[in-house]
Design a protein around this ligand. Structure first.
Ligand SMILES: Cc1ncc(C[n+]2csc(CCOP(=O)(O)OP(=O)(O)O)c2C)c(N)n1
Ligand SMILES: [Mg+2]
Length: 395
């Protein structure tokens, strides 16, 4: 597929923002300004931009732990992403999540988890909801080559196929899962071949070619949205940096890395735009400069506000699980009242535990059959839980 000038500039700018965001993140980690860990997707920009540009604004995505690029490409604010990693209240998860947790509901991004492959069943569930609500939108389950052997992904593909769910299984095959080469870890010649076992159509694309990725996603999206069931796209790419920080990459050769640098997705696309006469060298440099300046200024804003963190009380009011002592106290009250609650796990889910629910306090959580009704009661009385429920209903 050949992009027109508008889409070409958009794609280039998106990829540059992803690249410069990762460069800045690496710098801030190396300087000890950011803490924790981070997984850079430098080199995978075409796979990320090609995917996101081809989606509808109302489609849902569930990224992986290596989520920065896809989050940028989906249109999230780099300021909010830097803030997330710096731990401030201005972050996408108010600083509670960090590098691997960047949900952005406005952009239909459900966020990722550190548990490899865990987003795939979630995205499949989203697809189920979309189908139930007769939506034309799709859900995208993003996962890596390492994750591709996890059982939950195969269960998801099987169900999605049986129920003909509107889900795009998007495999970012960057050739490694930590230090393990895909060639040593996956028995199939191509990972995407596995889709056939679930009666799912699949295609393998050059994940460093933004136009090829975009075309494949557009066509898959069209088919999925028309009700033809799931599709799997395998975008073959390369992570140019280590798995996470502190990875000296002793499991692969410098020659291999150099060969893939030759196929850098941004350089390739810039040469293509120049050789087609779409953009002059000078225009390419201007786009680069503007993208870099934007990322720099977003980082500066985030750094200036990095100490603006949530108070412990605010942070606690945002987590699902109550403090152990609090939930233990509730169990004790219940036992003291001689009531048996068979579904105790239902006590764990409430951010509103410190909230206003008289029902929860009065110990009337079990109905005659022993079923816990606390959640229902909370839904009626707690604004916090009510709004969360509305969000869930939207799914
Ligand atoms: C269930 C689970 N198993 C193992 C890990 C440790 N782990 C973190 S990242 C990773 C590699 C994932 O590889 P891949 O799916 O290819 O994604 P990539 O890191 O290459 O983007 C592993 C094994 C984990 N976080 N969760
Ligand atoms: Mg991988």
């Amino acid at each position: 597929m050949v992009f027109d000038k508008t889409l070409g500039i958009r794609a280039l700018r998106t990829m540059l923002l992803c690249r410069y965001f990762e460069d800045k993140t690496e710098e801030l980690f190396s300087n000890g300004v950011m803490h924790g860990t981070t997984h850079l997707s430098t080199g995978q920009e075409a796979a990320e931009a090609g995917l996101c540009l081809a989606l509808d604004e109302e489609d849902w995505i569930v990224p992986t732990h290596r989520c920065h690029g896809v989050t940028i490409a989906r249109g999230s604010s780099p300021f909010a992403m830097f803030s997330e990693m710096l731990g401030s209240r201005h972050g996408l998860a108010m600083g509670l999540g960090g590098s691997m947790h960047m949900p952005d509901a406005e952009r239909r991004n459900l966020g990722s988890s550190a548990v490899v492959g865990s987003g795939v069943p979630l995205a499949t569930g989203v697809a189920f909801a979309l189908k139930k609500n007769k939506s034309k939108n799709i859900s995208v389950a993003i996962f890596g080559d390492g994750a591709s052997s996890r059982g939950s992904i195969h269960e998801s593909m099987n169900l999605a196929s049986i129920w003909s769910l509107p889900v795009l299984f998007y495999l970012e095959n960057n050739l490694y899962g930590m230090s393990a080469s895909v060639h040593d870890m996956v028995s199939a010649k191509r990972i995407s071949d596995r889709a056939a076992a679930y009666n799912i159509s699949s295609v393998q694309v050059d994940g460093n070619d933004v136009e090829e990725v975009y075309a494949a996603v557009r066509s898959a999206r069209e088919s999925i949205s028309a009700g033809n069931g799931p599709v799997l796209i395998e975008a073959v790419t390369y992570r140019q940096k280590g798995h996470s920080k502190n990875d000296r990459r002793i499991y692969r050769s410098r020659e291999e890395e150099a060969a893939w640098l030759e196929k850098d997705p941004i350089s390739l696309f810039e040469s293509r735009l120049a050789s087609r006469g779409v953009l002059l060298e000078r225009e390419l440099r201007d786009i680069e400069t503007l993208a870099r300046q934007f990322i720099e200024s977003e980082a500066e804003k985030a750094l200036a506000l990095k100490d603006d963190i949530l108070s412990p009380e605010e942070a606690e009011s945002l987590v699902y699980s109550p403090r152990a002592t609090l939930s233990h106290a509730l169990y004790s009250q219940k036992d003291a009242a001689g009531e048996k609650c068979r579904e105790r796990s239902e006590y764990n889910a409430s951010p509103a535990l410190k909230d206003t629910s008289p029902a929860l306090r009065s110990g009337t959580e079990c109905d005659a059959s022993g079923k816990c009704t606390a959640q229902t009661a909370l839904k009626d009385t707690s604004p916090a839980l009510r709004s969360r429920t509305t969000e869930e209903t939207l799914l």
